[in-house]
Structures are given as structure tokens and as C-alpha cells.
Design a protein around this ligand. Sequence first.
Ligand SMILES: [Fe+2]
Length: 213
Amino acid sequence: MKLPKPVSYPTVKWNEGYLAVDNDPGFPDDLNLSENLDVIIAYHPHFNSLNKRLLKDAEEADYGESYKTNVRAEMSDWKTVTPTIHLVLEWINTLIRERYNSYLSVEDAEYALAFLDAWFARYGIDDYTKVHNHYIHAQFGFVYFVNAPKGSSPLVFTTSNTKIKAEEGKMVIFPGCMYHHVPKNKCKDRIVLSGNLGLIKRNNKILKDPASY
Ligand SMILES: [Fe+2]
């Protein structure tokens, strides 16, 4: 079979020590298809006490990414981790293992699912998040509602226009390819903890330098 000619060829180059594909070649015969995707929704059984501790962490966090990314709200550093956040990540790990057990139970797999990043986002009045997804960076993204006063915007899965109501203690775990956004918020202090999980090589030597081949 003859392969279609790409619009432009992607370049592969060393980027911050990693081999990275520079652009999407954009094949002219590409298709745009819809798929059924699973979203995990769960409520933490002790969210009152958990959220009290997370609120304290959110208060003390450094909001160095505010209004710089797709999140047009206050945003903490990409790698915000505290002992309480660590507990949340362990809960997420359990939820994903319960749902996708057959895949994740392969203990000797060369690649493993790992937390890539986590951050707080604090929305004031009229703050929002642009439509985006986490493809190819992440296998899963998550949003956990820490504080959701009246007027808190939902998380919206854009393609299906599915609105996930902001409720304290609710966890939403979704495939990284899903488009999502947050419409303009109508209150102060809508606070979420968000992050990503991706596949990393177990020995953690992800093509770090040419000599590793
Ligand atoms: Fe996102």
C-alpha cells in the first residue's frame, strides 16, 4: 500500500536532553473520528478533613504559573506536592488500578504509569480555562474539587459538552486526549487540585542522551 504524502515532514531533534518530534506532519488523508471514552468519577469518603488540609496547602503554595498557561486563573507550580497531595495521588492510583486492572497488573512491564505533575488552580470571578487537552503528554488527567462555593464553574468536556458539576470531594479522572475547559467562574476561591499521569520507562532512562541507545 502506498503511504500518503505528508503535508510537511516532522523533524526529530534533541530537546532538553530528550528526543522529541517537533511537529505533526498533518497527513492529508487523516480522519477525524469520535470515540467512547471512560471518565472515572469518585468521591473521597473523608473529603471534609482531606479538603481542610488541602486548603492549607493551597494557601501556602507558590502561584508561579498564574494566568500564564491554559488556566487563566491562579495556578501553582507544575510540580506541587505535599504529604496530603501525596495521599490524593495514592487514592488516584487505587481508582485507576481498580478500573484498568488487567492492564496495570502486569508487574514486569517495561513501562509504568507515573504521576508527571500536579498543581492547584484557584479561580476568582471571571477566571476560566481555555479549551485544551493533555495529548500526547499524558495518559490520564485528573481534577479534584477542593473548594466549590456557590457560583463555581463546572469542568466541561468540550466535544460532548458534558458538564461535571463542581462538588467538594469529587474526583474526575479522564483520558489525556479529551478536550476540556472551564467556563468563566462566578465566585471567589473555586480551588481544584489537578495533574497528569503518563507512561515512563521503569528504569527511568527515557532516551536521556544518544549514548543510551
Ligand atoms: Fe487540563
